[in-house]
Design a protein around this ligand. Structure first.
Ligand SMILES: *[C@@H]1O[C@H](CO)[C@@H](O)[C@H](O)[C@H]1NC(C)=O
Ligand SMILES: *[C@@H]1O[C@H](CO)[C@@H](O)[C@H](O)[C@H]1NC(C)=O
Ligand SMILES: *[C@@H]1O[C@H](CO)[C@@H](O)[C@H](O)[C@H]1NC(C)=O
Ligand SMILES: *[C@@H]1O[C@H](CO)[C@@H](O)[C@H](O)[C@H]1NC(C)=O
Ligand SMILES: *[C@@H]1O[C@H](CO)[C@@H](O)[C@H](O)[C@H]1NC(C)=O
Ligand SMILES: *[C@@H]1O[C@H](CO)[C@@H](O)[C@H](O)[C@H]1NC(C)=O
Ligand SMILES: *[C@@H]1O[C@H](CO)[C@@H](O)[C@H](O)[C@H]1NC(C)=O
Ligand SMILES: *[C@@H]1O[C@H](CO)[C@@H](O)[C@H](O)[C@H]1NC(C)=O
Length: 269
């Protein structure tokens, strides 16, 4: 019994410390470091943008922070190597600059000058111009994962990670092709049928088919007029206290995952 009480107290403290860092509106000049103030959280605390640990080093990306197994869902400059704990991230009008012993690079390069940024509760990290219009968003540049309400648009692909713990590019790809087909190939193989190991058989459905994930775990393809042309899963899964993500894993298998979210008032932890 004493043990349980102890844990609860420790946990309550943790939530409180965490809550102070929740900041969904990020202003120019804000910075992060790997060990203190390492992330910008979404309002609910479910998602966080910033440094995450990989081995003894750090990468920059977005994690589902509101679950015990802090799942990485996006990585900036995923093949650019890791940095050590003396690196810094700085939000400038050009985007997000990473300064480390390797030098200073823009890991998020904005096409136009930006004024503020936000880690949204959907898991989308966005940059705004001075009229508060979104001019860059992580949802447009998926790595290996799609989140609910995010789409993989025609001409784009997901690339598997190297391993469960190394999020740099691995050896399989899932392509949303401009012929309407959703196809999986080894990463270096040409995009022709003999090399594919999965296809949705929707070629000919138009040049703008997209792969979509609904909040209820529904995985489906839409054509350019927004018509549902293929269901890959039926959806209709519970939405209360649950969320979903899909990812092409290191083994090349495209999987749908569900996870439990624990809510404390309006916040996840
Ligand atoms: C976010 O911050 C910017 C700059 O600090 C400010 O102009 C804007 O009003 C803020 N937006 C919200 C929604 O708080
Ligand atoms: C973290 O950032 C907040 C607000 O940006 C600041 O008030 C605080 O001093 C920072 N903490 C550390 C340890 O740098
Ligand atoms: C940063 O950390 C790396 C690796 O620990 C070290 O080699 C380098 O000297 C450090 N740079 C500074 C300026 O402290
Ligand atoms: C960039 O980081 C290095 C250490 O990695 C540090 O010596 C240098 O002062 C930093 N520069 C800026 C502009 O923060
Ligand atoms: C902000 O971006 C929107 C959409 O691209 C554009 O219409 C608007 O003119 C931009 N505002 C400024 C101040 O650049
Ligand atoms: C492509 O289809 C999506 C819906 O799946 C739609 O939102 C978008 O506007 C379309 N783009 C073009 C260029 O038709
Ligand atoms: C989209 O799919 C619907 C239903 O199959 C079809 O009626 C429509 O013509 C399609 N649109 C395009 C642009 O292919
Ligand atoms: C996909 O499932 C939805 C119901 O979730 C249904 O309305 C739709 O017609 C199905 N689409 C196809 C192409 O079977």
């Amino acid at each position: 019994m004493a043990f349980i009480v102890c844990c609860l107290l420790a946990f309550a403290f943790f939530i409180d410390a965490d809550a102070q860092q929740l900041q969904s509106n990020i202003s120019l000049g804000s910075s992060l470091t790997p060990t203190t103030n390492s992330s910008w959280f979404s309002r609910s605390g479910l998602y966080a943008f910033g440094f995450y640990k990989q081995g003894n080093d750090f990468a920059v990306g977005i994690v589902v922070a509101g679950v015990p197994q802090k799942t990485v869902v996006w990585t900036a400059n995923r093949d650019g190597g890791l940095v050590s704990d003396n690196a810094t991230l700085l939000f400038t009008s050009d985007g997000i600059a990473l300064n480390s012993t390797q030098g200073r690079i823009l890991v998020v390069a904005s096409p136009v000058s930006v004024s503020s940024a936000s880690m949204l509760d959907s898991g989308n990290f966005v940059l705004y111009n001075s009229s508060r219009e979104i001019v860059w968003q992580s949802f447009q540049y998926p790595t290996d994962t799609l989140l609910p309400t995010q789409a993989l648009l025609a001409g784009n692909m997901l690339v598997s990670p190297k391993s469960e713990t190394d999020h740099s590019s691995g050896i399989f790809r899932l392509s949303m092709q401009v012929d309407g087909n959703l196809v999986q190939y080894p990463v270096d193989a040409p995009p022709i049928a003999p090399y594919s190991y999965f296809t949705s058989f929707t070629n000919g459905a138009g040049s703008n088919v997209s792969l979509n994930l609904g909040v209820d775990g529904h995985v489906y393809l839409l054509n350019t007029t927004g018509a549902n042309i293929r269901n890959l899963t039926d959806g209709g899964l519970p939405t209360r206290g649950k969320s979903y993500l899909m990812r092409i894993d290191a083994d090349g298998i495209f999987r749908l995952y569900s996870y439990d979210m624990k809510k404390n008032g309006n916040r996840y932890y």
